[in-house]
Design a protein. Sequence first.
Length: 134
Amino acid sequence: MKLDPRLIELRELLLSAPESTSTRVLFVSLSLLLAATVLLLVKRRTLREEYTPIWLAVAAAITLLSLSRPLLYFVTRSIGAWTPSSALFFFGELFLVAICLNYAVRLSRLALEVKNLAQELAVLRAELERRGAD
């Protein structure tokens, strides 16, 4: 599929638009806040340690992309996005889908475990009742 040259020109214009310093500061601040929050939650034992590398990697990626404009534009062009913000939203959605899939797998495993424990409990109760009747 061949794009209209005007669309290609518009895409290049969007990619060459000046960067807002306030946006960069906001995203760096948010990523540092995310990292600090993750570490605080782990310290309070609210977040399990196994999730810490994932969330710290997300905070580091946001920081890196916020501080390195050429890298952000390289990623944007690589995935074929029109603007850096749409590339970031795309990766955010991918991350959320991965998180949802992870929780679906964990819930499925826990549901199976609860079913097995309930069956075991029923067998043990039946055994106790049988022994009590004897």
